[in-house]
Design a binder for this molecule. Sequence first.
Ligand SMILES: Cc1cc2nc3c(=O)[nH]c(=O)nc-3n(C[C@H](O)[C@H](O)[C@H](O)COP(=O)(O)OP(=O)(O)OC[C@H]3O[C@@H](n4cnc5c(N)ncnc54)[C@H](O)[C@@H]3O)c2cc1C
Length: 409
Amino acid sequence: MIKILVIGSGFGGIYSVKSLLKKFKNKEDIDITLISKQNYFLFTPLLHEVATGTIATKNVIEPIREIIKSSNFHFIEAEVNKIDFNKKLVFYDNKRIDYDYLIIAIGAKANYYGIKEAEKYTTNLKTINDAINIKNRIINALEKASKTQHKDWLNFIVVGGGPTGVELIAEMYDFVSQALERNYKKLEMNKVNFYLIQKDNSLIPLFNEKTRNNTIKKLKEKNIKVLTSTQVTKVAKDYVETNNKDKIYAKTIIWTSGVTPNKIEAIPKEVLHPSSHFKVNEFLEIEKTKDAFAIGDCALFFNKGTIKPIPALAQVAVSQAKHVVKNIKLKIENKKLQSYKFIPEGYLLSIGYGYATGNVGNFTISGFFAWWLWRTIYLFKLIGLTNKLKVAFDWTINLITRRRDTTKI
Ligand SMILES: Cc1cc2nc3c(=O)[nH]c(=O)nc-3n(C[C@H](O)[C@H](O)[C@H](O)COP(=O)(O)OP(=O)(O)OC[C@H]3O[C@@H](n4cnc5c(N)ncnc54)[C@H](O)[C@@H]3O)c2cc1C
């Protein structure tokens, strides 16, 4: 029996298991186990729509035991706290499990860059709970604003101008403006302020210049104040301070400024970079180990001849998962492994209702068609037919009624 163990049930982990089941179909001597802290898969690309009331919470998560049903597949809900790469053992809950091949896909968490108060006073957008918290904070701010005169309840700050920050703030604008129009008629939209704070000199550095310009233009149309080359140096309960010594007051502060890899408590130091990413070679094998691979946000990978690491994206985790499974099969067959290279599928981002921009191949697209394409792509990428149908239903209802969920739970 060949035992293959996968850690993490995000994009990397789930697509590893799916590819393993496909590659080793009808092979009864292959045993696949997935260990993860959470018993569901979370579709992060639509999380900002959960945070702003367009998509119902449960429609972007899918239980693992529903997604994968196979007699040679086992799921363990647990947090891995130690790995012994020499003895090929993984430890969790005072138990251990051995493996022949290991795939680590433990992802990443919010990076607060040492600003402790940021963790305390801001909300991130990484988990399903974060999305629920953001929606609650926005609705709470509107409820408070409608009974007090304190203008800070109508100020909203997003720190971090990457794709997540841009998509989120644009949806927040649409959410608040629709909510005011329908439910909070005494509040005026011209009293609401949105700030997007980015430490680099441009937003979404991963995208091409044309997309970046389209993004700035669209955010400005929405009256979102974009502060580039501005670093948040201090966070308090109701304000942030920047490197320019400005204080910006807001009761709702969201933090989407970068990620740092999740850590497994007991792990040999030599397998990690100082950044806590796993060190991997061209085949995605973890350096100084045998038959262990790391993929997705927890691994640092450079395409050959490049000096910038490839981005932390779902499309990277998925393509690496498929590649690693191919390499495990080659290993089992005693064949030469294949080098991995990341080839982007294109980058698209939505900027509120009815508008998206990005590049597909050599073309930069923008506008309603791009937004329709963005929605169609993600609808097809959602795991599970039920969730596809439910999200399509949520979108259709929103399209007809322009109503979003404004319940604080
Ligand atoms: C709001 C948002 C929007 C995004 N939009 C896009 C997009 O549009 N397109 C795109 O390409 N990418 C997008 N991304 C990035 C994408 O989500 C990540 O790159 C991707 O999830 C990485 O996959 P992963 O498998 O490495 O990690 P994850 O998906 O984060 O999964 C990690 C898994 O490991 C588990 N885990 C962690 N530690 C342990 C442990 N010690 N023991 C057991 N289990 C553990 C976690 O519970 C989780 O199941 C977005 C991210 C966010 C937050």
